[in-house]
Design a binder for this molecule. Structure first.
Ligand code: GLU
Length: 304
């Protein structure tokens, strides 16, 4: 993995601050980020479906027999992995899933998306409930003991979402005496529980529940990846803002069965191909980019 440079972090912080300062309209509330709702929105790429794919991967063979690829995803992260009331999925992670599925020989209608919460990802992958998982999934050594990762395809950083009228929180060290919400099993809850921050934590299963608590003034902040938080801020710009001081690095990978090296290689090839041919940036601009986040380029794929 190519670590994000401090310059890139500074640029991201500036972009986040700019977003936090921009005012929005009520119309932005409760809308998914990305998709085809606006007039001048950038369009999503389409992905050519590969034919006659033969890879010595037990997962792929099983999926080919079923005629469908089951992909675990998030459903409540606007701009990344969002499912609307009609069951339509949108977001950058959904696009990453579609481009990889296409290279494995599966068209969008042969993908079965399955919502999997943060804390259930490793179990869903290792039990075979999902063939792949694409959803803000940080690659780390602890998780690599249980699952395999291809990527990274994007690098986020933990940040804080606060109420727009709250000027008292400038970063994780100003959370002393405050209450912060995050999701069980996330890297964010683990980080914020460190004694250095000396704060009170509340855990939920989904980030949307934390955001509800923030709006209801039951907690003072929500912590997780900036990319996720910016999606929520973009939905309710009058009520919420992202602080804009990322304090961790979160390289996103595609999760799969631990020992399926052939699949890992094929997915890594797909990430590189769609980065080089411009699909990665185009998909970003039409999804996460609409939350105000600046494109940082794809990270260098780390093969192991
Ligand atoms: N990227 C972090 C993680 O994998 C937080 C986001 C999430 O819960 O998916 O734990």
């Amino acid at each position: 993995m190519k670590p994000r440079s401090s310059a890139a972090v500074a640029v991201l912080a500036l972009a986040l601050t700019a977003t936090a300062c921009s005012s929005g309209s009520d119309e932005a509330a409760d809308k998914p980020v990305g998709g085809k709702s606006g007039v001048n929105e950038p369009s999503l790429p389409t992905y050519k479906v590969a034919e006659d794919v033969t890879i010595d991967s037990p997962t792929l063979k099983r999926a080919q027999e079923k005629g469908k690829l089951v992909i675990g995803a998030k459903s409540d992260q606007p701009g990344l992995g969002f499912e609307d009331k009609d069951g339509k999925r949108s977001g950058f992670d959904i696009e990453i899933a579609k481009m990889i599925a296409a290279d494995l020989g599966f068209s969008p209608d042969q993908i079965q998306f399955k919502t999997v919460d943060t804390s259930a990802r490793e179990a869903a992958i290792s039990s075979g409930q999902v063939d792949l998982f694409v959803g803000t999934y940080t690659i780390n050594d602890e998780r690599k003991k249980l699952v395999g990762f291809a990527g990274p395809y994007y690098t986020a950083g933990a940040d804080l979402l606060v109420r727009r009228d709250d000027g008292t929180i400038g970063g994780p060290f100003s959370l002393q005496g405050k209450t912060v919400c995050s999701v069980t099993g996330s890297t964010a809850i683990r980080e914020i529980k460190k004694p250095d921050y000396n704060t009170t934590t509340v855990e939920t299963a989904k980030y949307g529940e934390c955001v509800e608590k923030l709006l209801a003034k039951q907690v003072d902040a929500v912590t997780t990846d900036d990319a996720i938080l910016m999606g929520y801020a973009a939905q309710r710009p009058k009520d919420l803002k992202v602080v804009g001081s990322p304090f961790t690095e979160e390289p996103y990978g595609i999760g799969m069965a631990k020992n399926d090296k052939a699949l890992r290689e094929a997915v890594s090839d797909a990430i590189e191909k769609h980065d080089e041919n411009g699909d990665h940036k185009k998909a970003y601009d039409a999804t996460l980019g609409l939350s105000g986040s600046k494109y940082g380029g794809a990270s260098m794929v780390d093969r192991y």
